[in-house]
Design a binder for this molecule. Sequence first.
Ligand SMILES: *Cc1c(COP(=O)(O)O)cnc(C)c1O
Length: 377
Amino acid sequence: MNTLTDSAAPVGNGLPTLRPEVASLPRYVPGVRAEGPDVAALASNESHFDPLPSVLRGVFSAASTLNRYPDAGSLMLRARLAEHLGATMDEVAVGPGSLGVLNQIISAFCRPGDEVIFPWRSFEAYPLVVQLAGATSVPVPLRDDESHDLNAMLAAVTEQTRVIIICTPNNPTGVPVPHSKIEEFLGLVRSDILVVIDEAYIEFATAADTPDTLALYREHPNVCLLRTFSKAYGLAGLRIGYAVASRDIAEGLRKTALPFSVSALAQEAAIASLDAQDEIRDRVNAVVKERERLLPALRAAGYNIPDSQANFLWLRCDDDAREKLVADFNAAGILVRGYARDGVRISLADAEANQGVLSLLTNQSPKLTADANLART
Ligand SMILES: *Cc1c(COP(=O)(O)O)cnc(C)c1O
């Protein structure tokens, strides 16, 4: 072994080496950010509403304690969430966005070689957090009607499976998984596999068969709910999300969190948002109303768009149609999200922005309209 006084050459000649999982990690591709007020930002499923005054007051008041570390246990927020959900504090774990919580989940359950099953196309970040942990992604293609292929997901289970993710309503398709299907699925999946139900858009779901995931969780202790304040609650910039899981699991998630990763500002804003249920519900209802206006109008114009239960619409198309659509939207000052080989996702916002989307799509040349929803790949 070398010591400081040893004149021998140091061991190894290369530079510090990134773990192979990190070196080969694709960069997360975020939705394009809007520059300037005249651009409609419909690429990231954010809330288009300004923050609520009561939420801003909470944030400003928390800002006076910026010299202090936040409450590492997020005790007030967890108590408030527990009350909101009809759960106990021990069953709640928070993190910097539900993506942060998902990272806590994967690092709590997966070792190198372990497998994580998820639907695909789904949330961009799933394969990233799995790879970061050195675990193996098992993406299972959606069915032709864009729904989860739960049978194929069951068939993908192996001895190495540790986690299965269900995303309902699914991002970027907006298609939900009905309660009865998840219930059936949970009856068939091994109970030592953690089933994460990612409900980032649950507040926008109005269908009668929307899963009652808290009830499913009460029946099946291997279920973990994942929710966020980023979408319906409009706090994407503050990074705050949470999981509901059985005590031991939730405790594990709190342990794998980076200490102090949830700021006091985020904790205050989340509490103030939970206190503003009526205003949040009004905002959600406005988006749902717009969804119910645009969807039939676009279908009438010839587009094949699945029934979205979220705050966005999905247009599956081939790469040529996608590139043309994204370019046309850009030229019209509307930012949307294109996915290679899959299609275009358009977030819903205020009536004016949505009208811009509707006009652009209904004025497309007939050829693109007819070909827009080309066969899935
Ligand atoms: C947006 C989104 C999230 C994560 O959002 P956070 O901002 O990290 O809370 C998680 N899952 C899905 C499906 C999403 O679309």
